[in-house]
Design a protein around this ligand. Structure first.
Ligand code: TYD
Length: 142
């Protein structure tokens, strides 16, 4: 079972160029899962939050393509907040981590690369159900 310590920042290659910079994400080079889906969150009104759920099996990689926002991570025992504000690194979030996105700046664009196609059945949207599911997993120390 994953903990917040498994949620790591991954630096991306940055090709500096007078014409503008370029960064790259490739499966097996920068992130450990094959990408099945990409989505992005944008035009977030001031003070709004996104997320507020965990995934049973899906892994994701979150990048701030523009602006900034905070990712609040919770493994059922501990929490930590990671601020994303550059497009040349991202945050790996494995399955069974409760995560919420908040504190979006104006014009923030949040790119999410996911290991699976969209499936509502993979979501845990209720926090108590999330902690209950953690304790159901055999061998889980929590
Ligand atoms: P949701 O994942 O709850 O958004 P967030 O966690 O960022 O706040 O998704 C919001 C809505 O969009 C929900 O009705 C499901 C739908 N959706 C899709 O249809 N496909 C997708 O790939 C995603 C991420 C969401």
């Amino acid at each position: 079972m994953h903990t917040i310590d498994d949620c790591s920042i991954i630096n991306l290659p940055k090709i500096l160029d007078d014409r503008g910079n370029l960064s790259i994400i490739e499966y097996a080079r920068q992130i450990p899962f094959p990408i099945k889906r990409a989505y992005w969150i944008y035009d977030v009104p001031g003070g709004e939050m996104r997320g507020g759920h965990a995934y049973k099996t899906l892994h994701e990689f979150i990048v701030s393509l523009s602006g900034s926002f905070d990712v609040v991570l919770d493994d059922g025992s501990r929490t930590k907040v990671v601020s994303l504000n550059r497009s040349y690194y991202g945050l790996l979030v494995p399955n069974m981590i409760w995560r919420q996105l908040e504190n979006f700046s104006t014009n923030a664009v949040c790119l999410v690369l996911a290991s699976q196609h969209y499936s509502e059945a993979d979501y845990l949207r209720d926090y108590h159900q999330f902690t209950h599911t953690l304790h159901e997993v055999p061998g889980c120390p929590r």
